[in-house]
Ligand binder design. Structure first.
Ligand SMILES: NC(=O)C1=CN([C@@H]2O[C@H](COP(=O)(O)OP(=O)(O)OC[C@H]3O[C@@H](n4cnc5c(N)ncnc54)[C@H](OP(=O)(O)O)[C@@H]3O)[C@@H](O)[C@H]2O)C=CC1
Ligand SMILES: C[C@H](CCC(=O)NCC(=O)O)[C@H]1CC[C@H]2[C@@H]3C(=O)C[C@@H]4C[C@H](O)CC[C@]4(C)[C@H]3CC[C@]12C
Length: 312
């Protein structure tokens, strides 16, 4: 005998609603756990005392984020050894570091397009401080913010300053860092994680840093090398040079350089593999990179007043 069909159909509809409800709850719960884990890994046990007496090199420390890192390190009682090209600025930064409480503070002026200079910075620093605990690689060479002009020589030159000098300093510093169980902090950018218009040469060098240092970190695991590598992925920061280059074109607020500098030191001291600053601006868009790359590209393009670029 045939059963009336309305009852089982109602049952099936109820089953489907229950299953959907359960699925929704599962999705919400998983999302909650995922977010909790995400933010938990961002928690820190940082104590400024971790830096007291530590021997630190900071490159590109005559201005911007590098200068601010030098001041934080000085307040924490570290030995600070800084470099950049402009001697007058370096002298002032060193004096301020001493006022703020640096254990010692020294500088060496020169350009990072010269690999012999990059090597010399490490050797002089080690001689002056008696070893090395932190190598903070932060400098960048001058580049333009506009459409790629086809100049291959500019990319070659920028690779020397922004990548090869970092490699040279790392190679030279490695024996001392192994001895101290030290750390390398590499300052990079969101432009080193996803494609960025008007920064083609710069972005090229920042992607290359990720390739070198993330691969080296893997080898350190195999070799049981007790040297940490922290890659710092920064969004737009309010340094004079960045604001001069992009303020009229980028529709996003710039984050404070002082807070940024502290976040990088904390991440390095805690031996984190990567630091994202600011977290929302630098990390969240990256969640889209592998799953929705066209959408990410679209969001990135939305941040630009492209008509202002044409007039530069
Ligand atoms: N500000 C921002 O929005 C962002 C910055 N970053 C990264 O943060 C780091 C610092 O940037 P920021 O503070 O803004 O930059 P600044 O322009 O303020 O500082 C750059 C430093 O590099 C030095 N420098 C420039 N050319 C050379 C060279 N040829 N050899 C040696 N040193 C050189 C400069 O000093 P001098 O001219 O005296 O040599 C200066 O000390 C960079 O790695 C940058 O990519 C990443 C994302 C965003
Ligand atoms: C073009 C800037 C470098 C300018 C320079 O060479 N200054 C030295 C001088 O004038 O003497 C770039 C330095 C940092 C870049 C910004 C960055 O890395 C974060 C964002 C990344 C995004 O993909 C593009 C916009 C950025 C704000 C980017 C813009 C270019 C820089 C300011």
């Amino acid at each position: 005998m045939c059963m009336p069909s309305s009852h089982p159909r109602r049952l099936r509809a109820k089953d489907t609603t229950d299953t959907m409800g359960l699925l929704l709850k599962l999705i919400v719960a998983s999302l909650g756990i995922f977010l909790a884990l995400y933010f938990y890994t961002g928690q820190d046990d940082f104590n400024p005392e971790m830096l007291r007496g530590k021997r630190v090199i900071v490159t590109g420390a005559s201005s911007g984020i590098g200068e601010q890192m030098a001041y934080h390190l000085a307040r924490m009682g570290a030995h600070v050894f800084i470099t950049a090209r402009t001697e007058e600025k370096l002298k002032k930064v060193v004096s301020k570091c001493l006022e703020l409480g640096a254990a010692t503070a020294h500088y060496i002026p020169g350009s990072m397009d010269d690999m012999a200079f990059a090597e010399r910075v490490v050797k002089e620093a080690v001689k002056s401080m008696g070893g090395l605990d932190f190598l903070i690689l932060n400098h960048i060479g001058y580049t333009y913010f506009n459409y790629f002009d086809g100049n291959v020589d500019h990319i070659r030159k920028l690779l020397e300053i922004n990548l090869l000098s970092y490699v040279t300093m790392t190679v030279t510093a490695l024996p001392m860092l192994k001895e101290s169980g030290g750390s390398i902090i590499v300052v990079s950018s969101v432009a080193g994680k996803y494609g960025s218009p008007f920064s083609v040469p710069y972005s090229t060098t920042k992607f290359a840093l990720d390739g070198f240092f993330s691969s080296l970190r893997q080898e350190f695991h195999f070799q049981k090398t007790n040297v940490s590598i922290t890659l710092c992925v920064l969004s737009y920061i309010d340094t004079d040079s960045a604001k001069n280059a992009v303020a009229s074109v980028i529709n996003a607020p710039a984050a404070p350089k002082e807070e940024c500098a502290l976040a990088l030191i904390k991440g390095g001291a805690l031996r984190q593999r990567e630091v994202y600053y600011q977290y929302q601006a630098a990390k969240i868009p990256l969640l889209l990179r592998d799953w929705a790359p066209d959408f990410l590209d679209y969001i990135v393009r939305k941040n630009y007043n492209v008509e202002k670029i044409d007039k530069q």
